[in-house]
Design a protein around this ligand. Structure first.
Ligand code: PEP
Length: 259
């Protein structure tokens, strides 16, 4: 069992509307109440951050944190369409997902981009959730561990070089095998644990206590039926949940499975 309080983060992706968000957030706030057994976050589309913050109010924000799905690596300036970390902070955001495979795949984000975003988020006081994951072809070629550890190294080395070892302790890592995202195929608990343990070993570059402090989430078709077994693995410290975060009963069941 992991040592830290687990984190269950919902990633709504590009889904939602004012009406649907209100119903979902109210059901989640009612279901989670004041004393969630784990940390909970909702990564909502940027235009709805203000709405979801208002729906949660100060009381519920203590148990359900607000998260963003992306952030600019730049602090401010002529970057049309971008949203800065400071702007997210203004809206009460605590976490931001960086390097999601959909951004790497469809928007050409590189490891260097992801590292710069993580650094920018930390500088503004946000917690970056750094996503890593291999494709099916990479896994079948026996390169899964090499790919994900290289993705993590890029971020860890950048943070150590620019902000020191302590900065690494401020991140969350999410292992999301690309072949498991939105496909209904989940890594087995053993497959996930093996990669999580490898990621933990890499984090030790920044020190034993840092490696122990960083939460490593699993993401990829996590659902109400498979969450408990995944979350029971020793190096799985929570979940990043896509599709199942859009249904209150499913997301609440995953939260209930966390420790
Ligand atoms: C995700 O997009 O981060 C994700 C894990 O999606 P899903 O749970 O739908 O596979």
């Amino acid at each position: 069992m992991s040592k830290q309080r687990q984190l269950i983060a919902g990633n709504w992706k590009m889904n939602g509307s004012l009406g649907a968000n209100a119903a979902l957030v109210r059901a989640l706030a009612d279901g989670i109440g004041d004393e969630a057994r784990c940390d909970v976050a909702l990564a909502v589309p940027a235009p709805y951050l203000g709405q979801v913050r208002d729906l949660l109010g100060d009381a519920a924000l203590a148990s359900i944190a607000l998260a963003a799905q992306d952030v600019s690596p730049h602090a401010s300036g002529a970057y049309t369409g971008e949203v800065s970390a400071a702007m997210l902070k203004d809206f009460g955001v605590r976490y931001v997902v960086v390097g999601h495979s959909e951004r790497r795949q469809y928007h050409g984000e590189t490891d260097a981009d992801v590292a710069a975003k993580a650094r920018g988020a930390l500088s503004a006081g946000l917690v970056p959730i750094v996503c890593v994951g291999e494709t099916l072809a990479q896994r079948e070629a026996g390169q899964g561990e090499t790919v994900v550890t290289a993705q993590l190294d890029a971020v860890v080395e950048h943070l150590r070089g620019t902000a020191g070892d302590d900065a690494v302790a401020g991140i969350v890592v999410a292992y999301e095998p690309v072949w498991a995202i939105g496909t209904g195929k989940t890594a087995t608990p053993a497959q996930a644990q093996e990669i999580h343990a490898a990621l933990r070993r890499r984090l030790r570059q920044a020190g034993e206590s840092t490696a122990a402090a960083v939460r490593i989430l699993y993401g990829g078709s996590m659902n109400a039926g498979n969450a408990a077994e995944l979350l029971a693995q020793s190096d799985i410290d929570g979940g990043l949940v896509g599709g199942a975060s859009l249904k209150a009963t499913d997301f609440l069941a995953i939260v209930a499975a966390a420790r």
